[in-house]
Design a protein around this ligand. Structure first.
Ligand SMILES: Nc1ncnc2c1ncn2[C@@H]1O[C@H](COP(=O)(O)OP(=O)(O)O)[C@@H](O)[C@H]1O
Ligand SMILES: [Mg+2]
Length: 314
């Protein structure tokens, strides 16, 4: 069951043929075709509404969610969680009629480059909802005086119509609470943001994403209905990602031995290796990924990681 769940989110249509009836049917329900009314997110409502405040508009973006479930590799557990969330969203009215709250506040954790932002986009796409992204590090470190009121406007907008609101770089909050205790104004902003999350009653989702969940204090964790962890890919997920990234320019040699060399890499790093291998092979006039070019890309990727590790230590 777990394995099948993974296939549905990450795989091509041929992979859904096994005995995955319940899962496959829930996956192929309207999820693939968002309702016509909501399929096309309204253009940039946030920037328009907030146009008077120019400084705010670059901190929040309304993005057309284009990537879909075929563009993301998720663990079986996370796939199941998202299928459940989609089902709950679709039956929100029924649940509310029974006096039940619908899950709407999610915290995404895990190392960088493992699909937190991507999954938020895919989720918006699958739900047919507009996708709004707010970079908290930018919001919090600029113009303190107006931040709280701008945040309020942002949440008002997210409550006014269903959407997926991504609060990216949420760890900026934790840093602010811990490291800048002397800035009472900043603390006030953070507290008001937490209150806004707490009181959010919108019919869409608020998703906070962070790379450094260890530094988030329990007061923050408590505010979310669901915490979803995005881990580094295991060997099977690495394979799936490479297959996905090379679907239009395939690999014609046996990859098995190289997979092990990519364990410990993030999805974003592996994607970069694939893209580099493809480019190099095209420049060599090949029609498939060349083994020699894949190996060069691997070495390149390794060097990049070494440099990054050095910079981190420094
Ligand atoms: N799980 C994944 N499946 C497929 N591609 C991924 C995955 N995670 C990351 N990527 C690729 O790496 C890019 C950066 O990932 P991102 O979602 O921004 O990571 P995070 O937000 O966790 O730091 C994505 O746009 C996508 O191209
Ligand atoms: Mg991100």
């Amino acid at each position: 069951m777990a394995k099948q769940a993974e296939l549905i989110f990450a795989g091509g249509p041929d992979e859904e043929t096994s005995n995955t009836q319940t899962m496959a049917s829930s996956a192929s329900r309207p999820a693939r075709k968002p309702a016509a009314k909501t399929a096309k997110p309204a253009p940039a409502l946030i920037p328009l509404n907030l146009a008077r405040d120019n400084r705010f508009t670059h901190l929040i973006e309304s993005i057309d969610p284009v990537r879909n479930r075929g563009d993301v590799v998720l663990s079986a557990r996370n796939t199941q969680t998202f299928l459940d969330l989609i089902a709950e969203f679709r039956h929100g009215d029924t649940l509310r009629r029974h006096g039940l709250a619908v899950t709407s506040k999610l915290l995404f954790c895990g190392p960088p480059g493992c699909g937190k932002s991507l999954t938020a986009e895919v989720f918006a796409h699958e739900l047919g909802l507009p996708f709004l992204v707010a970079r908290l590090d930018a919001i919090i470190s600029s113009f303190l005086g107006e931040t709280a009121s701008n945040l309020r406007k942002l949440f008002d907008e997210a409550e006014r119509r269903p959407c997926v609101l991504l609060l990216d770089e949420f760890d900026a909050l934790a840093r602010t609470r811990g490291d800048n205790a002397e800035h009472s104004e900043m603390r006030r902003v953070v507290n008001s943001l937490l209150m806004l999350v707490d009181r959010f009653k919108g019919r869409g989702f608020v998703i906070a994403a962070t790379n450094v969940e260890e530094s988030l204090d329990p007061a923050i964790w408590r505010r979310f209905d669901e915490v979803i962890v995005f881990d580094l890919p295991d060997a099977r997920q690495i394979r799936r990602l490479i297959d996905m990234k090379t679907r239009n320019f395939p690999i014609a040699f046996d990859l098995s031995e190289r997979i092990g060399r990519l364990v410990g890499y993030s999805y974003a790093e592996i994607e970069r290796v694939c893209m580099s291998a493809i480019k190099r092979s095209i420049l060599k006039g090949a029609k498939t990924v060349l083994e020699s070019e894949f190996d060069v890309a691997l070495t390149e990727g390794r060097r990049r990681r070494d440099v990054q590790a050095k910079l981190k230590r420094a």
